[in-house]
Ligand binder design. Structure first.
Ligand code: TLP
Length: 347
């Protein structure tokens, strides 16, 4: 049975162009800064995002955590949106690695109210931790891939900067945001000080993320990457795929967005399931289960038996993610499976 894997865009397999580029990659020891392919990728990433420098890291999690470690000091507080990946899904890294505590601020579709961010910034008082960093996430995973409105990013960054606080963007899927808005990625990240973005999600590279920022920030981040065990050697074999991802895989994200929309429309027509279509902006669909017979884990298991893979993200919520290895025809097959399974009820 052919599996339709809607668990995440992380499951994408490298393209033939990537495999060829990996095979042919010129390499060197990147801890010495001597891998020409890694250097090219870093230069290209910095250029595309309109920042001074970039650092290749093995994972998005490491990129975010290196950024947080580099921006903050122990005992500080980090303002995050209450459902942020850095807070929910990074194994408590903010506490464990940076020695900081988290101040979660609830958002709407991932966007925090700038006034709420300002209210969360600590006053100068001997009892309080200092606010060391504000983190944003674009697109926002747990809201179903919503794009942060550019004016919201600018307003939150303005508040933070007015208080002398830097802003880090978890831009794991920032290219999805850029394609959805039809705006250059550099424009979306202009207000923030550092950005992490992933090559290994919708852009389909097998491994790798980049941390981007000022030259001084990246020089310090390079030390912290080494501290966290991320100093890789002949990493050009991985960076080569990343260069192909940036060159060939950005524009096609629009196909994933169209597939997600079709998937969401179909799901919304199935009795027992609901989708807030306003949140379907990129390559994710957050599905609410309204049929009282089903829980999310039971539905995920029943769909697996029909060849459709997805993840539960709450007791009655599942997440579907489209990507280059899911075709428009797969979307129709997945919708048939959903309709059949939900209607039949738990067996
Ligand atoms: N997200 C994964 C899981 O960890 C949930 C997924 O399947 O969506 N920032 C954001 C917004 C992410 O969604 C992810 C991965 C990361 C950071 C971490 O990237 P990796 O997996 O490369 O460490």
């Amino acid at each position: 049975m052919k599996l339709i894997d809607l668990r995440s865009d992380t499951v994408t397999k490298p393209t033939p162009e990537m495999r060829r580029a990996m095979y042919e990659a010129e390499v060197g020891d990147d801890v010495y800064g001597e891998d020409p392919t890694v250097n090219r990728l870093q230069e290209r990433a910095a250029e595309m995002l309109g920042k001074e420098a970039a650092l290749f890291v093995p994972t998005g999690t490491q990129g975010n955590q290196v950024a947080i470690l580099t921006h903050t000091r122990r005992g500080q507080e980090v303002i995050v949106e209450a459902e942020a990946h850095v807070y929910i899904y990074e194994v408590g890294g903010i506490a464990a690695l940076s020695g900081c505590q988290v101040k979660p601020v609830p958002g709407v579709n991932g966007a925090m109210d700038p006034a709420a961010v300002e209210a969360a910034i600590r006053a100068d008082n001997v009892h309080y931790p200092r606010t060391g960093l504000v983190c944003l996430e674009n697109t926002h995973n747990r809201s179903g891939g919503c794009v942060l409105p550019p004016e919201n990013v600018a307003a939150v960054a303005e508040v933070a900067h007015r208080h002398g606080i830097p802003v880090h963007l978890d831009g794991a899927r920032i290219f999805n945001a850029a394609v959805a808005l039809g705006r250059p990625v550099a424009e979306l990240v202009a207000p923030v000080d550092s950005v992490m973005f992933c090559l290994s999600k919708g852009l389909a590279a097998p491994v790798g993320s980049l941390l981007v920022g000022s030259r001084d920030f990246i020089a310090e981040a390079r030390r912290n990457r080494k501290l966290l065990g991320g100093g890789m050697r002949q990493a050009g074999v991985l960076a080569a795929a990343g260069l192909v991802a940036l060159e060939l895989m950005v524009d096609r994200l629009a196909d994933d967005h169209a597939n997600a929309r079709r998937l969401a429309e179909g799901i919304a027509n199935i009795p027992g399931l609901a989708v807030n279509m306003e949140t379907v902006q990129t390559n994710m669909v957050a599905v609410e289960i309204t049929d009282p017979r089903w829980t999310a884990p039971a539905l995920v298991q029943a769909l697996r038996a029909e060849g459709v893979l997805c993840n539960d993200t709450g007791p009655r919520r599942i997440r579907l993610v489209t990507h280059k290895d899911v075709t428009a025809a797969d979307v129709e097959l997945a919708l048939d499976a959903f309709a059949r399974v939900v209607k039949a009820g738990p067996q």
